[in-house]
Ligand binder design. Structure first.
Ligand code: GLP
Length: 244
């Protein structure tokens, strides 16, 4: 779906998420959301916060699993995705603390494997992701599944692509400060979500979006794996859609 601008697109996506939360509430069920970081989802989160404050949308039945986190990274570091999610969403809504899950960037290296296995198990125990929100990196990554990622990959420690680290260099005040690794949900984990919405705004995403939607499915552009998912929508503005 191509919108005139990111504001219109973000509002529609936030409305879909809110409707899903309310539908699950009416059935006394939990709503399991996979959440993303980066600049792309910020207006969706702003709109959800507005709905909480102005319309009384409650998040008490919501369980969240974030896609990824830098490694190593402490939770209180302003560059952490832990900080980002609390700053943009969790601190402003009534979600229960125990329902928030974000990959831990501050665990010992020898505990990562167990952590990742447990993260996958928790998602399964909640019945899987009802809705997965995604952005997309310039390498065609979703989460931090960089080129070369397998279509059946699961939550794991990965090495970040140089392009991805370069894109993050500004906010880290220099490339040397950008972590070289991250923990990310896998492509297999993401593709098991019942519904996926990928957001992309601006012309600098246009060539990646063209490859993702019109290119051959390949590990060179991991987002192309979404072509094989039966309930995915790409929500774009005119800039991101300009090469389609
Ligand atoms: C990071 C995140 C991705 C995100 C991407 C794009 O690499 N791990 O989940 O999609 O950035 O970020 P932005 O939305 O700021 O363009």
């Amino acid at each position: 779906i191509v919108f005139d601008d990111s504001n219109c697109g973000s509002k529609i996506v936030a409305k879909e998420i809110a409707d899903l939360i309310r539908e699950k509430q009416s059935k006394n069920k939990k709503c399991v959301l996979g959440l993303a970081t980066g600049s792309s989802p910020i207006r969706v989160y702003d709109e959800l916060v507005r709905m909480h404050k102005e319309e009384g949308l409650s998040f008490k039945n919501v369980v969240t699993f974030n896609l990824d986190e830098y490694f190593p990274m402490s939770e209180d570091n302003e560059q952490s995705y832990h900080y980002f999610m609390h700053d943009h969403l969790f601190n402003h809504i009534d979600i229960l603390k125990e329902n928030i899950h974000i990959p831990k960037g501050d665990i010992d290296s020898d505990k990562i494997l167990d952590f990742c296995i447990d993260y996958e198990k928790k998602i399964k125990d909640y019945g899987g992701l009802d809705f997965q929100l995604l952005g997309i990196g310039r390498t065609g990554h979703i989460g931090f599944n960089e080129p070369g990622s397998h279509s059946k990959s699961r939550t794991r420690l990965i090495t970040l692509d140089h392009v991805t680290r370069t894109d993050a260099a500004f906010s880290f005040l220099g490339l040397d400060n950008v972590p070289k690794r991250a923990i990310t949900m896998g492509i297999g984990t993401i593709k098991e979500a019942k519904r996926i919405v990928l957001l992309a705004w601006g012309e600098n995403k246009a060539s990646t979006i063209k490859e993702t939607i019109e290119g051959e499915i390949s590990s060179h552009v991991p987002a192309t794996y979404l072509q094989g998912h039966n309930n995915t929508t790409f929500v774009l503005d005119k800039g991101a859609a300009s090469l389609l």
